[in-house]
Design a protein around this ligand. Structure first.
Ligand SMILES: [Zn+2]
Length: 269
C-alpha cells in the first residue's frame, strides 16, 4: 500500500476513534448563588461513547423534577437562582446532540445526592455503577450525616440494576483507584467525605487524562473560605489543588463549575 494512502487511512481511523470516544460535557443543573456572592455554576455531567455503549456520568435533574419537584429541589429553588429549564435534563441534551436517549446503557454515579441522580428514571434500562458505600448510604434508611437528607428514594423506585464497586484495584497517579469495566480506560477514585461513598472519575482521553473530582473539591473557586469548602465538600480540596498544580497535563473538573468551563470544554476528545 503506498505510504500516502496508508497515512491517510491512519489519520481517518484516528479521527474516527476520537469522534467515537469524545466526551460531551453537559450542564445539567444551573444553580446560581443568590447571596452573598453572585457565583454562577452549572453542573458537570458527561455523555460518552464507550465500548459498552452510550454512557452517562451523573444525571443532573430528571424530567419528572420539572413537573413534580421534590422538597429538596424546591428548597434549592428558593435559596438559589435556578433557570429550572427541562432543556437542561440529560435526556433532552442527549437528544439535542443527536443521540437516542434510550441508547444510554450505563450510568456512572460519583455519588447519589439529588442533583447527581435525579435523572435515573429517564434511563430506566441503564445499569447504574456506583461505589458500594454510596449505595448503602442511599438505601439503609439511616441519616448518619446531614448530607444524607439529599438522598431521595424516588429516584430508584424503578429498581435499576446496580453494579457496585468496593475493592481498590490500581493506583492512578498517587490515588487509590478502582478500574471500571469500560474502554476508554477509566477509574473510580474514592474521595469519601462529601458523602459516604463519593468517588471522582479519571478517564483516559486521546491527549492524556480527564479527572472529574465531582463534589470532593472546588479547585477553581478562590472566593469561598477553606473552612466552608471543607464543611460542605469534605477534606480533599487541598490535595486536589496540589495535584492540579503538580499535573497541569491533567484536565480537572468539579461538579459545580462556572459557565465558561462548559463553553471551553464542551467536547473533550
Ligand atoms: Zn453532592
Amino acid at each position: 500500500m503506498p505510504l500516502r494512502i496508508f497515512l491517510s487511512l491512519f489519520i481517518l481511523v484516528h479521527l474516527w476513534l476520537n469522534i467515537l470516544m469524545a466526551i460531551h460535557l453537559l450542564n445539567c443543573f444551573t444553580c446560581n448563588a443568590r447571596w452573598p456572592s453572585n457565583l454562577k455554576t452549572g453542573m458537570v455531567c458527561l455523555l460518552m461513547e464507550t465500548d459498552q455503549g452510550l454512557t452517562l456520568v451523573d444525571t443532573g435533574l430528571g424530567l419528572e423534577e420539572y413537573i413534580k419537584p421534590t422538597w429538596m429541589t424546591r428548597l434549592f429553588r428558593s435559596i438559589t437562582i435556578m433557570p429550572f429549564s427541562p432543556a437542561e435534563a440529560a435526556f433532552n441534551q442527549a437528544k439535542k446532540l443527536g443521540y437516542n436517549p434510550n441508547d444510554v446503557k450505563h450510568i456512572i454515579l460519583t455519588h447519589m445526592h439529588f442533583d447527581h441522580c435525579s435523572g435515573l428514571p429517564d434511563f430506566p434500562h441503564a445499569r447504574v455503577h456506583v461505589h458500594k458505600r454510596e449505595y448503602e448510604a442511599f438505601t439503609d434508611n439511616k441519616i448518619l450525616h446531614w448530607d444524607e437528607y439529599a438522598y431521595i428514594p424516588r429516584y430508584i423506585a424503578h429498581q435499576p440494576k446496580f453494579v457496585l464497586y468496593e475493592n481498590i484495584t490500581d493506583k492512578w497517579y498517587d490515588f487509590d483507584a478502582i478500574r471500571l469495566p469500560f474502554e476508554p480506560e477509566m477509574y473510580f477514585i474514592p474521595l469519601f467525605g462529601h458523602s459516604r461513598g463519593h468517588c471522582g472519575l479519571a478517564i483516559k482521553t486521546s491527549t492524556g487524562w480527564f479527572f472529574h473530582a465531582a463534589d470532593a473539591g472546588a479547585v477553581y473557586n478562590n472566593e469561598t473560605p477553606e473552612w466552608l469548602i471543607k464543611f460542605v465538600l469534605g477534606p480533599h480540596d487541598p490535595l486536589l489543588r496540589a495535584f492540579m498544580h503538580a499535573h497541569p497535563e491533567v484536565l480537572i473538573s468539579n461538579s459545580h463549575m462556572v459557565p465558561e468551563f462548559f463553553t471551553q470544554h464542551s467536547t473533550i476528545a
